[in-house]
Write a protein that binds this ligand. Structure first.
Ligand SMILES: N=C(N)NCCCC(=O)O
Ligand SMILES: [Zn+2]
Ligand SMILES: [Zn+2]
Length: 354
C-alpha cells in the first residue's frame, strides 16, 4: 500500500489520516515514518521490549507496541502549545531494540550502546519501555551525550532508589540509586513527582533524601496544584540538560491500570500532561515512558495515556528546536497559566501559524 504522508518544512510526517483511515496499516508511533524511511531524525522514538527486571507483574515487554497501537488517533497539531511538532522537526520510529531477556547485564549494555548509536547524529531519544530498569542505560547514554551529569525529573508512584532485590542490583526498583552511585545525575537537580504508597521503611526516604532527590508527592500535586508543582520544578532544575523518566504508574490505576506495580491515589492524566506543558522552554535532552503492561490494560486506557505523554514530550523538544533556547522567557500556555505575560522570541512563528 502506498503511504500518503503529511510533509512540511522538509520533514516527513505521519500518514495522512484523511486519506488512509487511521486504523489501517502497521503501527508506528503516531503513524510516523520509520527511521529507515528518513535521511535523519531530530527525535527518534524507539521501543525497548524488556521486562526481566520486574518485582511483581511481568508484561512491560509488550508495552512499546501497545503504545504504538494506541497512538493512531494522535493528530498533527498540538493546540496546547500552538505547535505542529512533526512539522517543526523530523520525528521517526526506530522500531525496537533487540534486547536479551535472559541476561540483564547484557541487556543494559545493549540498551546503552543502542541509545548512543541512535543519538550519534545529534538527535534526541524518546524511549517506550519496557520496565524501569532501562532508565539506567538510557541515562548513561544521555549523560555521555550531554558531556556530564544531567538533571532528571522522575514521574513515578515509586522512588526506584532501592538498593537490591534478592541480591540483584539491576532491577526496575533500583535504577536511580545506581545512577547516583555512577555519578551520571546532577544531584542538585533531581526530583521525583507523584510518589505515594507504602514503603519498606522510613530508611527508604532517608536514603533517597541523602542521594539528593526532591520529592513532590501525589498528594502534594493535589494540594498545591499543577502550577506550583511546575514553578518549584523549574526553580530547581533551571536550564540544565534535563532527562524526564515517566513510569506510567505515576497515574492513578483508574487512569492507567495496565502496569505492573499499581498504587492507589495517583495523579490524573490531565495533571501529568499539564505539568509537562508547564516545562515549555526547559532543556529536555531525552525521555522515556516505561512500565506499560498491556495485559492489565482495559480499552487502551494506559496505552492512550502513554501515547499522549510521549506526544507532549516530543512537542517540548520540537518547540525548543524551533524557538531556540529560551529558558527563562515566560511564554506560551503554561506561562499564561502562571499569570505571566506570554511572549515569543522575535521571529518565531510556529509552522503554518500567524
Ligand atoms: N519501577 C516500578 N514500577 N516499580 C518498582 C517497585 C519495586 C517494588 O516492588 O518494591
Ligand atoms: Zn513505579
Ligand atoms: Zn518506576
Amino acid at each position: 500500500m502506498e503511504e500518503l504522508r503529511i510533509e512540511a518544512n522538509g520533514n516527513l510526517g505521519p500518514i495522512d489520516s484523511s486519506r488512509i483511515p487511521r486504523y489501517a496499516g502497521v503501527a508506528t508511533y503516531a503513524r510516523l515514518p520509520r527511521l529507515d524511511q528518513v535521511a535523519r531524525a531530530d527525535v527518534t522514538v524507539v521501543g525497548v521490549p524488556f521486562d526481566s527486571g520486574v518485582s511483581y507483574r511481568p508484561g512491560a515487554r509488550f508495552g512499546a507496541n501497545h503504545v504504538r497501537e494506541a497512538s493512531r488517533l494522535l493528530r498533527p497539531y498540538n493546540p496546547a502549545w500552538d505547535v505542529s511538532p512533526f512539522e517543526n522537526i523530523q520525528v521517526a520510529d526506530a522500531g525496537d531494540m533487540a534486547v536479551n531477556p535472559f541476561n540483564i547485564n547484557e541487556a543494559i549494555d545493549t540498551i546503552q550502546q543502542n541509545a548512543l548509536d541512535l543519538t550519534a547524529g545529534g538527535g534526541k531519544l524518546v524511549t517506550l519501555g519496557g520496565d524501569h530498569t532501562i532508565a539506567l542505560p538510557l541515562l548513561r547514554a544521555a549523560a555521555e551525550r550531554a558531556g556530564g551529569p544531567i538533571a532528571m525529573l522522575h514521574f513515578d508512584a515509586h522512588l526506584d532508589t532501592w538498593d537490591t532485590y534478592f541480591g540483584a542490583e539491576y532491577t526496575h526498583g533500583t535504577p536511580f540509586r545506581r545512577a547516583v552511585e555512577e555519578g551520571i545525575l546532577d544531584t542538585e537537580a533531581i526530583s521525583h513527582i507523584g510518589t505515594r504508597g507504602p514503603l519498606y521503611g522510613k530508611k527508604d526516604l532517608d536514603d533517597d533524601h541523602r542521594f539528593g532527590f526532591g520529592i513532590v508527592t501525589s498528594a502534594d500535586v493535589y494540594y498545591q496544584g499543577v502550577l506550583e508543582t511546575v514553578a518549584k520544578v523549574r526553580d530547581r532544575i533551571g536550564n540544565r540538560p534535563l532527562y524526564i523518566s515517566v513510569d506510567i504508574d505515576v497515574l492513578d490505576p483508574a487512569h492507567a491500570p495496565g502496569t505492573g506495580t499499581p498504587e492507589a491515589g495517583g495523579i490524573t492524566s490531565r495533571e501529568l500532561l499539564e505539568i509537562i506543558r508547564g516545562f515549555r522552554g526547559m532543556n529536555l535532552v531525552g525521555a522515556d515512558i516505561v512500565e506499560v503492561a498491556p495485559a492489565y490494560d482495559h480499552a487502551e486506557l494506559t496505552g492512550v495515556a502513554a501515547s499522549h505523554v510521549a506526544y507532549e514530550l516530543v512537542t517540548l523538544m520540537a518547540d525548543n528546536a524551533v524557538a531556540g533556547d529560551r529558558f527563562g522567557e515566560a511564554n506560551g500556555y503554561a506561562a499564561q497559566a502562571l499569570g505571566q505575560e506570554a511572549r515569543r522570541p522575535a521571529g518565531f512563528a510556529p509552522a503554518g501559524k500567524e
